[in-house]
Design a protein around this ligand. Structure first.
Ligand SMILES: C[S@@+](CC[C@H](N)C(=O)[O-])C[C@H]1O[C@@H](n2cnc3c(N)ncnc32)[C@H](O)[C@@H]1O
Length: 294
């Protein structure tokens, strides 16, 4: 088994040092919260790719990329220099700067870059992909946001999470309009938490409950209000809190230490099982199963 702390060392390093050097729009606390949710998914055995629509210079995308395990891929979608496709001038992605940041802060991650508008994705095989987390931060008009939420709904794995940027921003009211339009059209993603500048949604109510519990467990000092009414559902709200800031990264370190302990205990349990009589007795059966799979 690879060293779990080593696996996430790049993530901690990026949150502590790299993130402040990358231009973009992201609260450090929100970055830490999304990192925790990603590490939590790995802890609970959820494996799958991650994706961001609208990466700009990669400020949040690098969190996603640094949290991937070796068999997972991070998919970046942006119109970059195709400015005519950036209908509302939300950000200005730059592929050169983005790729330089990838090389500097996530050199080991497997990254795929798709230079397209998200409006073109449904027709290009994108719906066959599966993700465990999607960040939606591309075009901020009602039509684009509703489109991107539908893409997320159709590509998220059960247990997956979507993060929608600028949900309550005065300047980008198309985002809230897009969410309302998506839900009115039968959208099934379930909002569960408001974090600084983003709304977190999940694939169903059970996953939403687990997400709320994970947020409360990981960020108790940032929790503000619970069970707020929100478009027919309930969300918990979270504010900035210095304990979880980039400078201390205390919360993130605790989560990584947790991961280390849990993987170590899983490893010793596997060794104990292998040494046991029942493991030896079922060995022929496992060999047949492996042959059948091949
Ligand atoms: C607000 S910025 C993203 C910020 C980024 N998530 C970060 O962490 O800093 C929005 C990005 O979306 C891109 N974009 C705009 N419209 C898009 C569309 N329809 N499809 C894909 N990307 C789009 C822009 O080029 C820009 O890079």
């Amino acid at each position: 088994m690879s060293d779990p702390v080593g696996l996430f060392a790049g993530l901690a390093g990026y949150l502590e040092q790299g993130i402040s050097k990358v231009e973009g729009w992201l609260s450090p606390v929100t970055a830490s919260m999304i990192a925790h949710l990603l590490v939590g998914q790995s802890l609970h055995g959820l494996r799958g790719d991650v994706c961001e629509i609208g990466v700009h210079h990669g400020k949040l995308f690098l969190v996603l990329a640094c949290a991937t395990l070796p068999e997972e891929r991070a998919v970046a979608i942006d119109v970059f220099g195709d400015h005519d496709k950036n209908l509302d001038c939300s950000g200005a992605g730059d592929r050169g700067i983005f790729e330089a940041h990838l090389a500097a802060y996530a050199p080991g991650a497997e990254v795929e870059i798709i230079q397209r508008s998200s409006l073109e994705l449904a027709k290009s095989g994108f719906l066959d992909r599966r993700f465990r987390l999607i960040s939606i931060d591309g075009g901020h008009t009602e039509a684009v946001v509703a489109n991107d939420l539908r893409l997320a709904e159709r590509t998220l794995l059960a247990g997956g999470i979507a993060a929608l940027d600028d949900i309550l921003s005065y300047d980008w009211t198309g985002v809230l309009s897009g969410l309302v339009s998506y839900l009115a059209g039968g959208g099934t993603l379930v909002p569960f938490a408001l974090v600084p500048n983003k709304l977190l949604l999940s694939t169903d109510t059970a996953v939403a409950e687990r997400g709320r519990a994970a947020m409360l467990h990981g960020f108790p000092l940032a929790a503000s209000k619970r069970n707020l009414e929100f478009l027919g559902g309930r969300v918990d709200s979270y504010w900035e809190h210095p304990y979880y800031s980039r400078e201390s990264s205390a919360g993130l370190r605790l989560q990584i230490e947790d991961l280390h302990r849990q993987l170590a205990s899983a490893q010793s349990e596997a060794e104990r099982l292998r040494a046991s009589a029942s493991w030896r007795l079922t060995a022929p059966l496992r060999r047949v199963a492996a042959l059948t799979r091949r």
